[in-house]
Design a protein around this ligand. Sequence first.
Ligand SMILES: [Zn+2]
Length: 318
Amino acid sequence: MQYFKLFVASIITLAVMSACAAVDTNNSQSTLFSQPWNNGENVNEPAFHVQQIDANTLVIRQSLRTTFEAPFMYLIFGDEKALLIDTGVKGVNLRAEIDVQIKNWLTKTGRDTLSLIVMHTHGHGDHIGGDSGFEDRPNTVVIGHSPEEVSAFFGITDWPTQTVIFDLGNREIELLPTPGHHASHAMVFDKTTGILFSGDVVYPGRLYFQCSKMQEFKSSIDRVHIFANTYNVNWLLGGHIEMKAQPGKTFNSQQTSRSGEHLLELPVSIITEIQAGLSKMDGAPRVVEFDEFILFPHPADPAGMSPPNWCNAGVGHD
Ligand SMILES: [Zn+2]
C-alpha cells in the first residue's frame, strides 16, 4: 500500500461500487497458521505478532495499533544466512524483535552465528521503515531500494525478466522482479515451503498501480503466472490484509481494528483471476472489485478525480 493518503475520498466512493463474484472464498481456518492474526481489537496487543510456518520460517505482523498498514514481514533461515523480507513502518523496534528471533533460532539449532540479509519487496515507506535499526547490526547487509541496487546485490543483469537463485545455506530462494506497483518490486519464492512472498503486487487487498504502469504491472503478473506453472507454488503471502473474509468487502484503510479479516494466504489460482481482470480492462485501466482483491489503478495525481474510471478521465468523464 502507501498511496492511501491520496485515496481517502476514493475509498468512500468505492464503498458504493458493487462487487463482482470471481473467486469462491470462504472463511475457513488457515492451514498455515495456528492462530488468527492480531487484528488490533486488543489495545494492549504487542507491536509484533510472530507465527511460524515451520521452525525456519517466521511471519511477523506489525500491529494495527502502531500503523493502519499492519504490514507483514518474513524471516527465513538457511544454514548460513537469515533473510528478512521488509522492515515495516517506522516507529517500532523491529531490530530488537528480529534479534530475539535470531537468538532463539541459534539456541535451538546449537549454532553460534548467522549473517542477516535485509531485503524489501519494494521501496515504499511501509516496507522499509525499520531499515535504520539494522544499519549498525554486525554481520548484516541492508539492500537498497532501487532496481539497480537490488540487481547489483542479487546479480541480476536483465531486470525485470531475469529471475535469480540466492542460497541461504541449504535453502534456496528465487527472486522474481515484478515492477508495476513500484519500480523495484520483487517477489521471493522459497523452494523449501513452496511459498511465494508476493509483497504488494498480490495480496488480499487493493492492488495499486499507476494508470500509466498497467502494462508493466500486467507483464509482471504474466511472468508470475509462468513461474507458478513451472514451480510448485503452494501459497502466495503478501504485504497486507485489507479484504474482509466476506467476499468483495474491504476495510476502510484507516481502521485500526479489523475483526473478520480475510486470511493472509492466497491460492495460486488468484494469479489467473488477476490476469483475467487486467485483460478485461482491454487497455483502459479502471478500478474493479473482485472477491479477494481489488485492481486499483490510479492517476499519478488523483486530485479532483475519483475512481473507478479516473485513469480515463479525459474520455467520456463528467
Ligand atoms: Zn505496502
